[in-house]
Design a protein around this ligand. Structure first.
Ligand code: ZN
Length: 292
């Protein structure tokens, strides 16, 4: 195990890197870019445990399970020293603030990876999915096809994210996996974590890094995430559940008893549970549509 320590103005953060095997392909897993996204950290640690007991049959596997340790200590998304969202500032800056220095350290460590999978969480209410700019790279699409989770979604491609910068600047095959968290801060969704681990081992089997046959099915490819908002604040009561399909105009719930209609047809990824919606924060559902 290698430790990388980043220091700024007398405070420091230390990141663990675990490396198994040698040669190509080099497959790199990162977790905890956002400190409170613990299901991703849990999966990354399980991968490190797996390869400690079962070295790669071929190639190299690297794992950095918790790349933003101060944010994890505070159980928050952003780095507490500079308030940065680490996944908006890649490739970072070795002479910048703590977040920029951490991003630079992760960017440098991952420089020679062929494949980069960054493990995140998408809140409590959603389904897991693979997020990538698969439309920009054949290699990315091939990687995503091999990860046997049910759903692959096209990213907005916001710059400064580890996976988008890795694809565009270094031509690496990179993606994010978004996993639901448990029911409170610091809680792991173990069931989904196990599902993700199995899907990643399938990708590694397809690449000859882990022995054995692929067990799961390829994902279905969808376009971008779309949000449905209630027309106003009030008491929201949902009438649909994640994993259901909706048609345009279908009643998806009510606000103070008034029906709220689905803006378009789609597959429901995430739904607000029964809750009081506040003005300016009226999100009720996220849905997707098959790729065009
Ligand atoms: Zn995240």
């Amino acid at each position: 195990m290698k430790e990388i320590t980043v220091t700024e103005c007398g405070v420091s953060a230390t990141i663990e890197r675990h490396t198994f095997g040698s040669g190509s392909p080099h497959i790199f897993f990162t977790g905890g870019v956002h400190g409170n996204e613990v299901t991703g950290i849990w999966v990354a640690r399980r991968l490190a445990d797996f390869f400690a007991a079962n070295p790669p049959v071929k190639g190299t596997v690297s794992v950095m399970p918790q790349v933003n340790p101060a944010a994890a200590r505070c159980m928050q998304r952003r780095n507490p020293f500079d308030g940065s969202d680490l996944n908006r500032i890649f490739p970072g800056d070795p002479d910048g603030t703590m977040g920029q220095r951490l991003a630079d350290a992760v960017w440098c460590e991952t420089a020679d990876a062929d494949i980069l999978v960054d493990l995140h969480c998408c809140g409590q209410h959603g389904l897991p999915y693979i997020l990538s700019i698969y439309g920009e790279s054949r290699e990315v699409r091939e990687l995503v096809r091999q990860i046997t989770l049910p759903t692959a979604i096209h990213s907005e491609g916001t710059s400064g994210q580890l996976f988008t910068e890795a694809v565009r600047r270094r031509r690496q095959a990179a993606c994010i996996i978004e996993l639901p968290s448990g029911v409170c801060g610091g809680a792991v969704n173990v069931q989904v974590g196990e599902q993700c681990l199995a899907a990643l081992l399938d990708m590694l089997r397809a690449r000859g890094v882990v022995s054995g046959a692929v067990e799961g099915d390829e994902p279905a490819f969808y376009g971008r995430l779309l949000d449905a908002e209630a027309p106003r604040a009030g008491l929201w009561s949902p009438a649909v559940r994640k994993g259901e399909s909706v048609s345009a105009g279908q009643v998806i719930g009510t606000v103070d008893g008034e029906p709220v209609a689905a803006p378009a047809e789609g597959f429901v990824m995430s739904v607000m549970p029964c809750a009081y919606l506040m003005p300016g924060d009226t999100w009720v559902m996220t849905y997707i549509q098959p790729e065009a």
